[in-house]
Design a protein. Sequence first.
Length: 235
Amino acid sequence: MAEPARLPRLLERARRQPSAFLLATQLLGVLIYPYLGESRTGTGAVALFGLLVLALAVWSVETTTWTVWVSIGLGVPSVIFTVCQLLSDAAVWQAWGSGFESAFYFYAAFSLIAYMLADRDITRDELFAVGATFTLLAWAFAHLYVLTQVIWPGSFTAALNAGEPRTWMELLFLSFTTLSSTGLSDVVPVLPHARSFVMIEQVAGIAYVAMIVSWMVGLTVARSRARHGSADELN
């Protein structure tokens, strides 16, 4: 009798903490991608599941008529073009799919930022949102890089197979290393548009840590000090 009750509890926890569920899904995808290789079916299935979780997270943190329509306007084409990529290798589907997915991830990231900045009381889910927003930005720029190399072939090079288009995992790795300012990637932008987008991501990564993360940490410290101050007054 205890087993059937676990699913409703899991769904309720996902509803109360959508950012935690989203972050876990994103990180799980990072671990799953190497096992899929460049399988179109596998990566497409993971992408579809990620889009579903992303849509649920966005609707959970901010549900207004405007946000719902924006989510539908970006999410539905993303799903359609992702399915098209599963059925065909044509570059046009990859370009359209990556374009809409990049826009959807950027929109979701800004929605989570607005969610975090909406009040001065830091909840547990808002702390998870700090990590989830970072991964959303990494995915958004990775899809932007996919679109870039479709429009401008040869935009990126690497130590291995230098003349070939970079794989999704390579571009996601480039995005994470650029956004975090670690600079560990062996994937290098070589054409002007690719370099422009990488520079924008570098600025976004620094700004995110300097503004959003430091703001959240400051509020957390202030709340902790306020609690200790109240306890001292009672004593």
